[in-house]
Design a protein around this ligand. Structure first.
Ligand code: AHR
Length: 553
């Protein structure tokens, strides 16, 4: 971080710390209740909801994941060991790659075979770098293709995640897509591509199940309209050889809440009729970035973004609101999908989400879209994950954008320096939900009220979700209020608690974040939960993410 921004951020954080000090005698707020209906299951929470996304964008792959086999940085066949270890801690279930917008300019053949012979290509994002870097031969700008399909699948195997590959619809053919599937999945000793894979050290097929059919096909993925894209979708997915692997195709969805795309796509695909046969669509991709912190002043993508570090409590609440739009986006597309999908087979795949700020806090000019990650981003990420849990019947998969050195990253890395971010803490806590049964839970709490440039505004007082796995009930929630704790009574309907414990991410400074130099500023901490005769009591600290694990009798 530049010294100037650091000083600004430090000044802002002192101001907030003073607000906290004045309220050390916080009035305990009555009226916050959580009711968990243990006998009202929603659906199983697909572990893949806790997935990740990485793209050949800035230092997300090169220097982030891939450091090279000859690097002094600890690595496994070129892959950063520290990252692999931490991915296992959060039980990462799935990783999406190679993009993003990059996917629709990527030729997978460039990334296979001996590394020495692989071509160097202009990256999709080359023009996005500062002018001083645009002509520099560095891997972030001109992709050496040292990291390709074999490396990605190896990364997935080492981390325990399942690969999700996004295909190229804009600039490669359906046959190229078929051949990529063939390279990954054809059995040992069958096809020429299986032999090529074996020569690269992988005789056994990769059995990749998840395939994205383009990315943001309404934009960087080809500027299609939904009807034209439906035609392309059929060409890319009809009769792709499966080699016994049940392929799960993810169709490119709308720009945020644009339901016209959803209706246009399915209408064309299904000849305007609702159907039991969804023509190969397993998932429908939805992207939502929380970007607009202009308080309603502009919708301009370049001007609306806020600062990752230098923000006030109003910016905090505005980010919570922007993030929380994901719930109505999910409901709107689910409604639109329901007009076509008679059996409700198609799942929503939120494969890009997170807060996105303006440039200025990245760890170096080559880290395009890199940003610092504070406790505010932990709260925003938890809001999204709780939403996915509550809609476990609709959301089949999700991917936080992006894993390392990018938008809402869990990890920061540069050279031999490596740090986790508060978003990592959230994924570590929330891993307990993976594979659990989402339970209906009702949160009732006084709203947060704030002044939005002279006009009253509000946000929910407490939001969260609950799930059950065996005799363990997991409740997660955020208290978005930057200064007020929420003392809550938690009632379990249909079950009895015998013990409970909590983990909390909360810092007195809402700007708290880890840096490469100071990687241990934000930590999750244990907290006590009171067990009463018929309920539990817990005080959710201000600006916090909380997990409560309850053992049932
Ligand atoms: O995550 C960065 C970019 O945002 C992705 O490449 C694209 O899909 C989205 O617009």
């Amino acid at each position: 971080m530049e010294r100037r921004s650091f000083l600004k951020a430090a000044a802002a954080s002192t101001a907030v710390a003073m607000i906290f000090d004045k309220r050390t005698a916080w009035a305990q707020q009555a009226g916050t209740h959580i009711e968990i209906l243990v006998n009202e299951p929603i659906a199983t929470i697909a572990p893949e909801i806790y997935g990740h996304f990485t793209e050949h964008l800035g230092s997300a792959v090169y220097d982030g994941i891939y450091v090279g086999e000859n690097s002094k940085i600890a690595n496994q066949q070129g892959l950063r060991s520290a990252l692999i270890d931490k991915m296992r801690v959060i039980k990462a279930p799935m990783v999406r790659w190679p993009g993003g917008c990059f996917a629709d300019s990527y030729d997978w053949r460039d990334g296979i075979g001996p590394r020495k012979t692989r071509p160097r290509r202009t990256n999709f994002w080359t023009d996005g770098f500062p002018a001083s870097l645009q002509k520099k031969n560095i891997p972030q700008v001109f992709d050496p293709n040292e990291f390709g399909t074999d490396d990605f699948v190896r990364f997935c195997k080492l981390t325990g995640a399942e690969p999700y590959i996004a295909g190229n619809v804009r600039s490669l053919t359906p046959l190229d897509f078929d051949h990529w599937v063939e390279y990954c999945n054809s059995p040992r000793g069958t096809t020429t591509l299986a032999e090529t894979r074996e020569a690269a050290g992988s005789p056994d097929p990769y059995n990749v199940r998840y395939w994205g059919v383009g990315n943001e096909s309404w934009g960087c993925g080809g500027n299609f309209d939904p009807e034209d894209y439906a035609v392309e979708f059929k060409r890319y997915t009809a009769w792709v050889p499966s080699y016994g692997v049940p392929l799960r195709f993810v169709a490119s969805g709308p720009n945020s809440d644009e339901q016209a795309w959803t209706r246009g796509f399915f209408s064309k695909l299904l000849h305007g009729q609702p159907s039991n046969d969804m023509k190969g669509v397993w998932g429908f991709s939805v992207h939502h970035y929380a970007t607009n912190l202009s308080r309603g002043k502009t919708q301009d993508w370049d001007k609306e973004k806020g600062d990752a570090l230098n923000f006030d409590p109003i910016d905090w609440y505005e980010l919570c609101k922007e993030t929380d739009r994901i719930e109505s986006i999910i409901l709107d597309h689910w409604t639109a999908l329901g007009e076509f999908d008679l059996d409700r087979k198609v799942k929503l795949v939120v494969d890009e989400y997170g807060p996105w700020y303006k440039p200025g806090t990245e760890n170096g000019p080559e880290q395009l879209f890199g940003q610092q990650i504070t406790v505010r981003d932990a709260v925003a990420t938890a809001l999204s994950l709780d939403t996915f849990n509550r809609h476990a019947d609709k959301v089949g998969m999700a991917a936080c954008a992006q894993l390392v050195n990018c938008i809402n990253s869990l990890f920061l890395a540069r050279g031999d320096k490596f740090a986790t971010t508060p978003v990592f803490n959230v994924f570590e806590m929330y891993a307990a939900h993976q594979g659990g049964t989402a339970l209906r839970s009702e949160f009732s709490s006084p709203e947060v009220r704030y002044d939005r440039d002279g006009k009253p505004a509000s946000f929910a007082g407490l939001k969260g979700s609950a799930s059950l796995k065996g005799k363990t009930l997991t409740l997660t929630a955020v208290n978005p209020d930057v200064s007020q704790p929420r003392e809550a009574e938690i009632v379990l309907r249909g079950a009895k608690a015998i013990s409970a414990k909590a983990l909390v991410v909360a810092e007195s400074d809402i700007h708290a974040h880890n840096t490469l130099e100071e990687p241990e500023q934000v930590k999750s901490r244990a907290a006590d939960v009171r067990l009463n005769a018929n309920s539990l009591s817990f005080t959710f600290p201000p600006a916090s993410v909380v997990k409560i694990e309850v053992q049932l009798s």
